[in-house]
Design a protein around this ligand. Structure first.
Ligand code: PFF
Length: 455
């Protein structure tokens, strides 16, 4: 992670540090909580298939484009577009990113709060010995509780703000290097436990055997949205982080590592969850509660289940916080660089305003759950609007910008580090950002609006 002091722009201290911070942003609840639940609601294998195609053909070029914009300008997204295209409206992409950051933090921190509640419940031993129905009831009564979900939300938001304020380089970087591999090992243990449950095979089939008849415009849009959300792209988070990457680091290589590890964690989370869903009698399409009703049961089927359970939920909270800090950083970097605010003041203002919307979001699953627009509560609206619309739209403009408007010299110099390194990916990248990615994103939009029909 980066530190910026007294106007001097700092950068990630090592290549590994950059990868760890960017992967830290990408890997989080999006992989372990959202990927399985969205896959479950959208038919399984066919969704995964489309998701993977989008990751490679759209995700990678958008990510590299964000790095190029950020590193070549050394600015937050808004400032970066102002610098690269003065007097033109491209800076609006940066503003949309700041707005998306507000929305994402509101619902993401809500779920991050749930991980703290489940950590707490593991500590008190309340999760052990419960079957599917009891865990489902427990989850919904937690959401209805008059203050617990609000409290956990505020605690998580506060922790995120504290990390952002108090220079994070030494803290976060050091701990995540140790803790994230630990979370990965724990996921692998869950995979083994889940796969050895009776009836697990059905879950694997669900995830890996695509049933193409299940593909609908909705499934395609959700796959695109999940790809953007999971990779943290489309809203300038990686423009901001890209601006902290050192000039000598290889952007293509960083992007490949990040995309590979992010996808691996998502698929592994799927393999941990779906076999258990089928074996233990749940439903793959049970929505945003899926992980919280399935995994406690699997965790408690391991020897020393309680210990694994509390370890899992606290590590998940750590994975979530490395993502929330990257989202809050988008707002803070904007306020600091564009509004000349001291970092501390910017963080406080951003945190307080996010918390107002966030508390409403928490309430939208409890006391305000009957308040819906187009069948969705506030939580659902913010999630849908950001993942499926704002991020892909941001991504569309970002690739159009780098593909058609940004000078070839800047692209080349960023991808080759001023001629220092060779990259065979440049011509492929150009085809992707100029043609394939923008056309694909536009088609998904038109298709899901019913304007375009393929069959
Ligand atoms: N990529 C994060 C995850 O999968 O958990 C969520 C996220 C972080 C989305 C940062 C967007 C973002 F800018």
């Amino acid at each position: 992670m980066s530190e910026k002091n007294s106007g001097q722009r700092d950068s990630f201290s090592t290549n590994f540090g950059a990868i760890a911070a960017i992967a830290g942003s990408a890997i989080g609840l999006g992989n372990i909580w959202r990927f399985p639940y969205v896959t479950g609601e959208n038919g399984g294998g066919a969704f995964l298939f489309i998701y993977l195609i989008f990751i490679v053909s759209i995700g990678v070029p958008v990510m590299i484009s964000e790095f190029i914009i950020g590193r070549s300008t050394q600015r937050n997204p808004y400032g970066a577009f102002r610098l690269l295209a003065p007097g033109k409206p491209w800076f609006l992409i940066g503003l949309m990113g700041v707005l998306a950051a507000f929305f994402i933090l509101s619902f993401y921190t809500t779920v991050a709060g749930w991980t703290l509640e489940y950590f707490y419940q593991s500590v008190t031993g309340n999760l052990g010995g419960k079957g599917h129905d009891e865990l489902t009831a427990m989850f919904s009564s937690f959401l209805d509780h008059p203050f617990r979900p609000y409290l956990w939300f505020l605690i998580f938001m506060g922790l995120t703000a504290l990390i952002i304020i108090s220079g994070v380089k030494n803290g976060i970087e050091r701990y995540t290097k140790l803790l994230m591999p630990l979370l990965f090992i724990l996921l692998l243990l869950l995979v083994i436990r889940s796969l050895t449950l009776k009836g697990a095979g059905e879950g694997l089939k669900f995830l890996f055997r695509p049933d193409f008849s299940k593909i609908t415009p909705k499934v395609i849009l959700e796959a695109l949205g999940q790809g953007f959300f999971s990779l943290s792209i489309g809203m300038g988070t990686l423009i901001t982080y890209g601006s902290y990457i050192r000039k000598k680091d290889n952007l293509t290589r960083i992007a490949s590592y990040v995309v590979f590890s992010d996808t691996l964690v998502a698929v592994i989370a799927g393999v941990a969850i779906f076999p258990a869903v089928f074996a233990l009698g749940g439903s793959a399409a049970s929505g945003e509660g899926l992980m919280f009703v399935v995994l406690p049961e699997v965790l408690h089927k391991l020897p020393f289940g309680n210990i694994f359970s509390l370890l899992f939920f606290i590590l998940l909270a750590v994975a979530a916080i490395t993502s929330t800090i990257s989202v809050l950083e988008v707002i803070v970097a904007f306020l600091v660089e564009e509004k000349n605010m001291p970092r501390k003041k910017a963080t406080v203002i951003a945190t307080v305003s996010v918390s107002i919307l966030g508390l409403l979001t928490v309430a939208s699953l409890g006391s305000l759950k009957d308040f819906t627009i187009l069948g969705k509560n506030i939580f659902g609206i913010l999630e849908y609007l950001t993942a499926n619309i704002m991020l892909p739209l941001g991504g569309l403009f970002i690739v159009i910008f780098t593909g058609w408007f940004l000078s070839r010299a800047i692209l080349k110099s960023e991808m080759t580090n001023n001629g220092e390194i060779k990259t065979r990916y440049l011509p492929v990248y150009l085809v992707l950002v100029r043609y394939l990615a923008p056309v694909a994103i536009a088609c998904v939009f038109l298709y899901s609006l019913g304007i375009l029909k393929f069959w």
